[in-house]
Design a protein around this ligand. Structure first.
Ligand code: NAI
Length: 421
């Protein structure tokens, strides 16, 4: 039986087997996650195909060490109160708003997600839309479905040689740029940070300059106060007549009423929108948008990152982070926790001490070891305004006794301790 991280030192040197670490996966998380866990020796997995309401979640969380959710399960402070053993939460997707992150943090529970797994999927959708808009596919497709035959050259162009303007040259923006260059497009971009150009892309001095140069503008910025309605009446007026606009970033980035006006006046010849200021909460609800009346607008239900590959990647990425945290204590990329990168700890015992961020904590932790005459081999500490995360490695010849664990737990301000053998 493989030995594993332990959460409770029962006796002198006892580890909890990985098979006793209970994992609850909700909302039909991709099987790639299950494989990732079982490959690492974690096979005590309860795999549920739906989300759980608060009461049921609270009940089911008792005794669970690791929780995996997608976007529909709300993890509230109340539910976390019932999570007596929980060490980590994995959000199998991008967003983490569904978890009360502060409540998790103060209980010593890091939350992980997968911010990069669907980058390529979004970029591919955007490129499909660039071509579709340049060929006037949306309106021709809509007409054909109604029995109208819109065979005409007017309004149909190749993308080769056209200029793509990318606003937000981050993970997705750069991928879009590379794909667009592969199709022979000229790529210009605007970002508030200095970004190294990939391929032959070139930065422009301002958003206004980009809007004035691009045949197609695509938005890849995050939702921030600065990006709220960053494309409004004024910016749309700066775009070239007949240009196209794509938004697969966040719904608040475009002023939708201004876009409606620009389409109605035919200043823009088309648009593709994947994200909206208000989106239906489920597939049963009607999608309401003033953009529905335009045949030359591609409307998609926030599916930029929704592909089989992205789901699979998300399963692997988040499960790997949870396994790493459980095995080794690393909190790198956690969204609510001090980030600590840790080496392997072969030949060492590792003690994780999560505490409220108050003066003198580390001194008190170290005092416990020096009193027991245990030499600390290495030590790591990171803090957030609310908590501190200290990791202490000691030589394996000196096992941590239950008495030491008790002393660490007794330090005022301790949230939890874990021992990894
Ligand atoms: P990222 O963080 O890698 O890149 C964003 C870039 O925008 C950064 O380079 C940043 O410096 C830049 N930026 C920030 N504020 C700006 C401003 N005011 N003007 C110009 N540039 C600005 O983010 P990533 O991963 O490329 O994601 C981009 C967007 O795509 C995000 O809003 C994300 O939520 C969205 N997204 C949408 C999906 C969908 O299903 N439609 C799926 C995945 C992401």
């Amino acid at each position: 039986m493989r030995r594993s991280p332990t959460f409770r030192a029962v006796g002198k040197e006892t580890s909890l087997e990985r098979s006793k670490i209970r994992i609850l996966l909700l909302e039909a998380i991709h099987k790639s996650a299950v494989e990732q866990f079982t490959d690492a020796g974690y096979d005590n997995i309860d795999h549920v195909d739906r989300s759980l309401a608060d009461d049921e979640l609270a009940r089911r969380l008792r005794g669970v060490h690791i929780l995996g959710i997608r976007s529909r399960t709300e993890v509230t402070a109340r539910a976390l109160e019932h999570a007596d053993k929980l060490i980590a939460v994995g959000c199998f997707g991008i967003g983490t708003d569904q978890v009360d992150l502060a409540a998790a943090e103060i209980r010593g529970i890091p939350v992980f997600n997968a911010p990069f797994s669907n980058t390529r999927s979004v970029a591919e959708l955007v490129m499909a839309e660039v071509i579709a808009l340049c060929r006037g596919l949306p309106e021709r497709n809509a007409a054909a479905h109604e029995g109208r035959w819109l065979k005409a050259v007017a309004g149909a162009t190749e993308v080769r040689g056209k200029t793509l303007g990318i606003v937000g040259y981050g993970r997705i923006g750069t991928q879009v740029g590379m794909l667009a260059e592969g199709l022979g497009m000229r790529v210009v971009y605007h970002d508030i940070e200095a970004k190294l150009a990939l391929g032959n892309a070139s930065p422009v001095g301002s958003l206004d300059e980009l809007l004035g140069r691009a045949d197609v503008v695509t938005l890849h910025v995050p939702e921030t106060p600065r990006t709220f309605h960053m494309i409004g009446t004024e910016q749309l007026a700066r775009m070239r007549k007949g240009a196209k606009l794509i938004n697969a970033a966040r719904g608040t980035v475009i002023d939708i009423d201004a876009l409606v006006d620009a389409l109605a006046s035919k200043h823009l010849s088309g648009a593709a929108v994947d994200v909206f200021p208000e989106e239906p909460a489920s597939n049963d609800q009607e999608f309401i948008s003033p953009l529905r009346r335009f045949d030359n607008v591609i409307l998609t239900p926030h599916i930029g990152g929704s592909t089989t590959e992205a789901q699979q990647n998300i399963g692997v990425e988040v499960a790997a982070k949870l396994v790493k945290y459980s095995d080794n204590g690393s909190t790198v990329t956690s969204v609510n926790f001090p980030e600590v990168t840790l080496p392997e700890h072969a030949g060492k015992h590792r003690i994780l001490h999560i505490h409220r961020n108050q003066p003198g904590m580390l001194a008190q932790v170290n005092a416990v070891f020096s009193k027991a005459r245990i030499n600390i081999a290495s030590q790591y500490l990171e803090t957030s305004p609310r908590i501190g995360y200290a990791v202490i490695d000691i030589d394996a010849e000196r096992p941590v006794s239950i008495a030491i664990r008790k002393e660490l737990d007794a330090i005022d301000g301790t949230i939890r301790t874990r021992l990894l053998y």
